[in-house]
Design a protein around this ligand. Structure first.
Ligand code: ZN
Length: 264
C-alpha cells in the first residue's frame, strides 16, 4: 500500500516519525460549505483545494491536513450571498481562531513549513490574520523559524489556459463562482457530483462597484451562479488541475528548498 500523504489516515507514530525525520511541508486546505449553483456540490470550495493539496504533497514530499471545511460568510458579489440554504458560514473571528489554533498545533509537533491552500474568496483576510497571529504566538514562545505560504490556487492560471478555457472572454475570478473553472475541475475530479443538465444558462451577473448591507437577495443571482458554466468540460478541468498542481509544486519547491523538490 503506498504511503498516504493525508495526515488523517496516518497513525500518530508514522506522522511523528515523518515530521521529525523528513521535516515535510504541511498543507492546510481551506474551503467553505456554500451553494455552488444547482449543479455542483456545497463542498466545491473544499473538494478542489484538497485534491490539489494531495497531488502537490505527493510531488513535493509533503503532508495534507484535514481541510477547514467551513469559510467566512458568502458575499453577493463573489459567492451569491449568505442567504442560500446550505451555505453554512463562520464569523470572521471563528475562522481566524481556527487557522491560528491549527497552525500553532502543527508547530507544537515540530512542523516548520506550511502552505495554507485557500479556495473561497471571502476567507482571504481572515486567514491572513490567523497566520499573522499564529506567528506572533509562536514567536512569543521562542519559535521563530515557522514559514507559511498562503496560496489561492486559481491565481496560478496562465493566460494561455485562460484563453483555452474561456474562448469567449474571462468574466474575472470574483464572478467565477460555480462557473466554468470550478465546474470543469469537478468534472475532471468528481464527475458523479456534477449535474450538467442543471447548469443555469443566464448572462453573467452585474453588480455595483460597492457592497450594500444588509444585502438584498433580490439583487443577487437567483440560481446562485454568477457566470454560466455551460461551456465547462472535463478536458478543461484536467488542463486547469494539472497546471495548478505543476505550478504550485514548482513555486513551493522554490519557497521551501530541498524539502519541497518536485519528484519526477
Ligand atoms: Zn466560495
Amino acid at each position: 500500500m503506498p504511503e498516504s500523504v493525508m495526515i488523517a489516515e496516518m497513525t500518530w507514530t508514522d506522522y511523528d516519525d515523518k515530521v521529525r525525520n523528513q521535516k515535510p511541508v504541511v498543507i492546510l486546505p481551506v474551503g467553505s460549505l456554500e451553494q455552488h449553483g444547482p449543479h455542483t456540490p456545497l463542498a466545491t470550495d473544499t473538494l478542489i483545494p484538497t485534491a490539489i493539496s494531495k497531488s502537490v504533497a505527493e510531488r513535493i514530499g509533503g503532508l495534507v491536513a484535514p481541510p477547514i471545511s467551513y469559510g467566512y460568510k458568502s458575499q453577493p458579489r463573489t459567492g451569491g450571498g449568505n442567504h442560500f440554504p446550505g451555505t453554512t458560514s463562520l464569523d470572521g473571528e471563528t475562522l481566524i481562531r481556527l487557522a491560528r489554533d491549527i497552525i500553532c498545533e502543527f508547530a507544537r509537533h515540530g512542523v516548520r513549513k506550511m502552505i495554507v491552500m485557500d479556495s473561497h474568496y471571502e476567507n482571504e483576510m481572515f486567514l491572513i490574520e490567523g497566520i499573522d497571529l499564529a506567528l506572533r504566538d509562536l514567536k512569543a514562545q521562542g519559535v521563530d523559524d515557522m514559514k507559511i505560504v498562503k496560496v489561492r490556487y486559481f491565481e496560478f492560471t496562465s493566460d494561455e489556459t485562460l484563453e483555452a478555457v474561456f474562448p469567449d472572454g474571462f468574466p474575472g475570478w470574483p464572478l467565477e463562482h460555480a462557473g466554468v473553472m470550478t465546474t470543469s475541475v469537478l468534472l475532471h475530479l468528481h464527475p458523479e457530483l456534477v449535474r450538467m443538465d442543471r447548469v443555469p444558462n443566464h448572462p453573467p451577473m452585474h453588480y455595483p462597484t460597492y457592497d450594500v448591507f444588509p444585502s438584498d437577495p433580490e439583487r443577487s443571482s437567483s440560481s446562485g451562479v454568477l457566470a454560466s458554466a455551460m461551456s465547462a468540460t472535463a478536458e478543461k478541468g484536467e488542463l486547469l488541475f494539472s497546471e495548478y498542481v505543476e505550478k504550485i509544486s514548482d513555486a513551493m519547491a522554490g519557497e521551501f528548498g530541498a524539502a519541497a523538490t518536485p519528484k519526477a
